[in-house]
Design a protein around this ligand. Structure first.
Ligand code: PGA
Length: 256
């Protein structure tokens, strides 16, 4: 059985005070029974503050991006061993904002996934098509090629250690969520792609949906057979909204 996960992507938002109250609210409100995995990804500069505030809580902290390099002359980058220093176990990799605005290529995304896996940090690999690609009927093919690029570099045997987040670009931050059917269709295609190599690994791999997930639509999305939780942007900055999304995931877990 796959344990559902809800991950909050805070993007480049917050300051010490707002992050302090956000974390306080989450820690106080979250069900501490471990039935789902809950993760928040603050801007890296706040990782220590968040990790300290989460001490003793089941909520984990991750980051939004990492370097594929270990150390050295890479101005402005954050290395995986630095994250390990803070006990950080998760990183987003290949978020569409990084692909689109910072020109991250499939090759770089794959290298980052491999570096994270080698460091014992779980990559949450983000994939997804643009509206143009969807309208051209290429959604499944685009997502498949983004995943293949990572499998080619990491090797299929590492897939079990990845989390994959399907985030259609047109649904991110737009309030335009993919319908449960649209999301399920792509999730099923991803699982089928993985099953071509190993059905057991495919059945065990967690596939999150991301793109305008909120308290009102989470339950319906998470109820889909191949959707194992969510990667949440805007709604993860609001305590009650995020807690409701976590409750929706926990309810699905119980129903399985
Ligand atoms: P959103 O962002 O929930 O604000 O659409 C999701 C994401 O970018 O991970």
């Amino acid at each position: 059985m796959r344990k559902l996960m809800v991950a909050g992507n805070w993007k480049m938002n917050g300051d010490r005070a707002s992050i302090s109250s956000l974390i306080e609210g989450l820690v106080a409100g979250v069900a501490q029974n471990g039935s789902i995995d809950i993760l928040v990804c603050p801007p890296a500069v706040y990782l220590q503050q968040v990790s300290e505030a989460l001490n003793g809580s089941l909520i984990k902290a991750g980051v939004q991006n990492i370097s594929q390099y270990q150390s050295g002359a890479y101005t402005g980058e954050t290395a995986l061993p630095m994250l390990a220093d803070f006990g950080c176990q998760y990183t987003l990799v290949g978020h569409s904002e990084r692909r689109a605005m910072f020109a991250e290529t499939d090759q770089q995304v794959a290298d980052k996934c491999l570096a994270a896996l080698d460091a014992g940090v779980t990559p949450i690999l983000c994939v997804g098509e643009t509206l143009e690609e969807r309208d051209a009927g290429n959604a499944v093919a685009v997502v498949a090629s983004q995943i293949k690029a990572v499998l080619d570099v990491c090797g299929f045997e590492r897939v079990a250690d990845l989390v994959i987040a399907y985030e259609p670009v047109w649904a991110i931050g737009t309030g335009r969520t993919a319908s449960p059917e649209q999301a399920q269709e792509i999730h099923a295609a991803i699982r089928a792609q993985l099953a071509e190599a190993d059905a057991d690994v495919a059945a065990a791999t967690r596939l999150l949906y991301g793109g305008s997930v909120n308290a009102a639509n989470a339950a319906e999305l998470f109820a889909q057979q191949d959707i194992d939780g969510g990667l949440v942007g805007g709604a993860s900055l609001k305590v009650n909204e995020f807690l409701s999304i976590c409750s929706a995931a926990a309810a699905v877990n119980q129903a399985v």
